[in-house]
Design a protein around this ligand. Structure first.
Ligand SMILES: [Zn+2]
Length: 289
């Protein structure tokens, strides 16, 4: 699933491409009576409403909250896209040769003759329309915790947030969107490897020093993900339909059986399952539970 760095990569790309364009039409193959009442475009009735509201609206800008893309329109509405498992948004003359880019479920036609397409092989993405003024009070955005790359996300804020889940395993706490926004399986494993913390360690047993290291590791790992254009180990592609490069810099995630790359560490990366999610860590420098 695209996490904070992938969503940010998409949002930055869209901001450079679609601002000030007008939406002239929209098409989807998502809608099915199965989704009636879902308040997403998967409900055909909702899609009709969505279409009416967004046609002829101008795109003001594109922002991000956690893993949500927020396309703000000049008519007081915002299109929310959550890419979920396999979604990615592309624009214009993107790479159509890549088979990962061929599952187009939603197309926005734009006033410059180009399109913005949502590719989503497994069809789990969520698209809905919110009033911009009140969107942060809706069920989609209200329960989300602080943004880890914001300047006001300081160590005391991080500490306060994880203290809410004192008796849980740290990996699960990091992935809980109400604790911290935007972290999923990849960046949780990678941050814990850097912070030298076992993913199953219970929050209340983590020392102050280790928590400080984890706080810094989260910020630096997410920033690295953004600098490398996101992670394309799976379906994610940027708005040009091209892969990011973070997967080439993994230290733990899906590196099962390989030697740990930490300097002077003789460990190996092993895989366990935590909360139903594949979890990868070093059996030496992250051994202590
Ligand atoms: Zn190691």
């Amino acid at each position: 699933m695209p996490e904070l760095p992938e969503v940010q990569t998409t949002v930055s790309g869209l901001n450079n491409s679609i601002r000030n364009l007008t939406i002239t039409d929209v098409w989807t193959e998502y809608n099915s009576p199965y989704f009636y009442g879902s308040e997403t475009i998967k409900d055909p009735k909702y899609f009709a409403y969505f279409k009416k509201k967004i046609i002829n609206a101008k795109i003001s800008n594109v922002t991000r909250r956690a893993k949500n893309i927020l396309i703000n329109l000049s008519n007081g509405y915002t299109i929310l896209i959550h890419m979920k498992m396999t979604g990615h948004v592309m624009y214009g003359d993107y790479n159509k040769k890549d088979p990962f880019n061929r599952h187009i479920r939603l197309i926005f036609y734009l006033s410059n003759g180009k399109t913005m397409d949502l590719c989503d092989s497994r069809k789990f993405a969520k698209v809905t329309l919110l009033e911009t003024k009140t969107m942060f009070d809706t069920k989609h955005l209200k329960p989300i915790g602080p943004e880890p790359l914001n300047d006001d996300f300081t160590f005391p804020v991080f500490n306060r947030q994880i203290q809410k889940e004192l008796n849980k395993k740290i990996k699960l706490v990091l992935m809980d969107q109400s604790v911290i926004a935007g972290i999923g399986n990849i960046y949780a494993d990678e941050s814990l490897w850097r912070a030298e913390i076992n993913p199953e360690k219970i929050v209340k047993n983590i020392s102050e020093k280790d928590k400080k290291r984890l706080f810094l590791a989260i910020k630096s790992t997410l920033k690295k993900g953004i600098n490398l254009g996101g992670d394309s180990m799976s379906d994610y592609r940027n708005i040009d339909g091209e892969r990011g490069n973070f997967q080439e810099q993994h230290m733990a995630y899906r590196k099962t059986g390989t030697n740990c790359l930490k300097r002077n560490c003789k460990g190996k990366i092993i895989r366990i399952v935590v909360g139903g999610r594949g979890t990868h860590y070093c059996n030496v420098h992250q051994a202590k539970i």
